[in-house]
Design a protein around this ligand. Sequence first.
Ligand SMILES: NC(=O)c1ccc[n+]([C@@H]2O[C@H](COP(=O)([O-])OP(=O)(O)OC[C@H]3O[C@@H](n4cnc5c(N)ncnc54)[C@H](O)[C@@H]3O)[C@@H](O)[C@H]2O)c1
Length: 419
Amino acid sequence: MKIAVAGTGYVGLSLAVLLSQHSEVHALDIIPEKVEKINSFRSPIQDDEIERFLAEAKAGARKLDLHATVNVAEAYTGVDYAIVATPTNYDSDRNFFDTSSVEAAITAIRSVNPTAWIVIKSTIPVGYTASLREKLDDKRIIFSPEFLRESKALYDNLHPSRIVVGAPKDDEEAMKAAETFAGLLAQGADPVELTRTNADGTTGIPQLVLGTTEAEAVKLFANTYLALRVAYFNELDTYCEVRGLSSADVIEGVCLEPRIGGFYNNPSFGYGGYCLPKDTKQLLANYKDVPQNLIEAIVDANRTRKDWVAEQVIDRVMQLVYEGKPKPVVGAYRLTMKSGSDNFRASSIQGIMKRVKAKGVPVVVYEPTLDAPEFYGSEVTHDLARFKAECDVIMANRWSDDLADVAGKVYTCDLFKRD
Ligand SMILES: NC(=O)c1ccc[n+]([C@@H]2O[C@H](COP(=O)([O-])OP(=O)(O)OC[C@H]3O[C@@H](n4cnc5c(N)ncnc54)[C@H](O)[C@@H]3O)[C@@H](O)[C@H]2O)c1
């Protein structure tokens, strides 16, 4: 099997590495530096498993049939499947979901390959694949939602919770292509997953072939459920803070109920990252003319949480002013959403920074992965000692032992010291 992957970000690169264990994979990106890195076995993103696989391939200890390129003909000519893993963004002010990179990739694929099965892996609005198949009069486009987490991208594809592929139920050829694609993903998974026992008693990785629109809905509803859970424990935490209860004790007591479970329950500054904010807003937009209360409440709850967190930080600043400190400085410790990540797209701390700066309070950022002198007008430093000395209040979405010596300055909601 020959497979092309358009886009070598978290989704594209993890899939390219996974599939290159058993198939010939051509990965295309529009950024030459990324391509050069991949071809010299260096990962352009922080991901332990991708780094390990590439290092082992370089040392000859692992066989990966992977070649990266910026050349459309080289990447897409003669491949059986072309996976599209390019960025998509939602602009809630204009109610506009930007799928232009997906369309650009499809145009490029079709310019040299009229027959490859195109599998969209990017997150897209509900109904998009069906409308694109019709608009382009192209029956060889299917969709497969991606469920990986950033910084665990390859790990999650080696150990997938489930494999979902969407194809029109009345198109036998597309259904077959979807099943074959699901099989390719399963083939790349860690062999231990093929014999695992699932909670419902079944064995192996569950593989679902659904309609394209249902598969698109699965992705948005799954992410919105995760956002709901984050928002729920955050609102619990706000309540406990305001009423003077121990939030950790309440969460522990609540989560010992097995139907709730003691995971994904650590309070934060809000849900954030590349996917949850845009996917929840996209789902809400898809509800147009459909009754709902909850989906909107999830989006609103995240805003309310950030407003409240920012108020707590500003209260601390005001207290310092009251005590005689003329111009307190607030520090943002890391812009990343999770520890172990190098990505801070739409991280919730940025929302807190924006609110704090709107009150005229200067913010300094400590972010070692950001190579720029400033971030939205705030100074960026890599000098942790100076950062800790100069900042009067330090906001940290996630606690780090690096801050232990200035714990009194730190504002965090991280109760359990994990993501
Ligand atoms: N990051 C996640 O955790 C995650 C999880 C599930 C789904 N998704 C979805 O998958 C998609 C990709 O996400 P990502 O995090 O991998 O994005 P990313 O920004 O990390 O990577 C996208 C890559 O595509 C490249 N690109 C842009 N236009 C291109 C084109 N026309 N042809 C080839 N390459 C092109 C970019 O240079 C970049 O390297 C998005 O729709 C996202 O919502 C992301």
